[in-house]
Ligand binder design. Structure first.
Ligand code: MTE
Ligand code: MO
Length: 361
């Protein structure tokens, strides 16, 4: 039997089981819609093998009518919707935080734990309306079918009911026009545009409407944000901030760290993304570590929930040259210069200026 490669051979595999991998940055920058074969994968446990015909999604909790939906029923009873959206892992750019102070037990992602696809499915809000979500409900709990080590329930989380009712939040069965791959949540996943990737629960088992956020490990412990002085050994988990919308961040995709370049003209390229549906207002690039800045051009169309590609033209003089990028979003938020100022012991949402040092000859 011919083995069908699920992912491009260029993928940088961070762990084989569970499978965690992402593309080289220069490859990621080649297409505004990330090909499925190059889309990063973040798994906390086993990839469940789901029989699409036997699959049922349950909707319960603070609802007037409990629902139990097959994939066919979901597709027949609700109007489909397609959204172009970026999914970015909260751990994206952890490697730079690791260099400040080591972060134990977490994947040292470079800036490749992000991708953009068109997602087709049914708006979560339409399903919640069909179930008659009650006023007392404030949160929508989402639970996957995968087995994970840290929570006997499996991988889960919750989002505010208000966000769940927003039209961009989908129960998706297609990615870039094809059925989801097993590693991306086949047959059905949640896509929560504008939120950290962890809320886009794959292999969705159940939806539960409640007055309180989920107590699942991945909502109550993991994916919380703490200030730089807090350590894993002494942490009070209840004091952490729940991560929702990632802050604005620009990333240099070309050139790569340590690359040798000829002096003179250089076109540097990258992506920029902000959570919460905020747009990229401006990207700036420096060839001298952040003393002088050049405006970058934003390329391609802007989509409400997707990243923006950019490119900038620099003149390089011989020597070791630190190229730096930073962005501002439509709410006027910018990025901090140093990763040390945003270091946190879980290594989440690093959005310090992105820096790539090249050797110019
Ligand atoms: N059921 C389940 N859903 C999950 C995860 C998981 O391990 N199990 N990982 C989450 C995390 S942390 C991220 S960043 C995204 C990654 O989506 P992708 O693997 O399709 O890129 O899926 C989220 N949904
Ligand atoms: Mo993630």
């Amino acid at each position: 039997m011919v083995e069908v490669p699920l992912k491009d051979p260029s993928m940088v595999v961070r762990s084989a089981e569970p499978y965690n991998a992402g593309p080289p940055l220069e490859t990621l920058r080649m297409s505004l819609l990330t090909p499925v074969q190059l889309f990063f994968v973040r798994n906390h446990g086993t990839v469940p093998v789901v029989d699409a015909a036997a699959y049922r999604l349950t909707v319960s909790g603070l609802v007037d009518r409990e629902l139990r939906l097959s994939l066919v029923a979901l597709q027949r009873e609700f109007a489909p919707s397609t959204v172009a959206a970026t999914i970015q892992c909260a751990g994206n750019r952890r490697r730079e935080l690791n260099a400040v102070r080591s972060i134990e037990g977490e994947i040292p992602w470079d800036a490749e734990a992000v991708g953009t696809a068109t997602w087709t499915g049914v708006p979560l809000g339409a399903v919640l309306r069909a179930a008659g979500a009650r006023d007392l409900g404030r949160y929508v709990h989402l639970l996957g079918l995968d087995t994970v080590a840290t929570d006997t329930q499996g991988f889960g989380g919750s989002i505010p009911l208000e966000k769940a009712m927003s039209p961009e939040v989908l129960l998706a069965y297609e990615m870039n026009g094809s059925p989801l791959l097993p590693v991306h949540g086949f047959p059905l996943r949640v896509v929560v545009p504008g939120y950290i990737g962890a809320r886009s629960v794959k292999w969705l088992r159940s939806i539960f409407v409640a007055a309180e956020p989920s107590r699942n490990y991945f909502q109550s412990h993991a994916y919380k944000w703490f200030p730089p002085h807090i350590r894993a050994q002494t942490v009070d988990w209840t004091a952490g901030l729940t991560l929702t919308e990632p802050p604005v961040s620009a990333v240099i995709c070309t050139p790569r760290e340590g690359q040798r370049l000829q002096a003179g003209h250089l076109t540097t390229t990258g992506y920029a993304f902000a959570g919460g549906g905020r747009q990229i207002a401006r990207v700036e690039v420096s060839a001298d570590g952040g003393m002088h800045w050049e405006a970058a051009q934003l390329v391609g169309e802007a989509h409400a929930w997707a990243w923006r590609f950019w490119e900038a033209h620099l003149r390089l003089l011989p020597g070791r040259r630190p190229i730096v990028a930073r962005a501002e979003d439509s709410a006027g938020a910018g990025q901090p210069p140093e990763p040390a100022s945003v270091w946190n012991f879980k290594g989440y949402v690093n959005n310090a200026w992105h820096r790539v040092t090249v050797e110019v000859v």
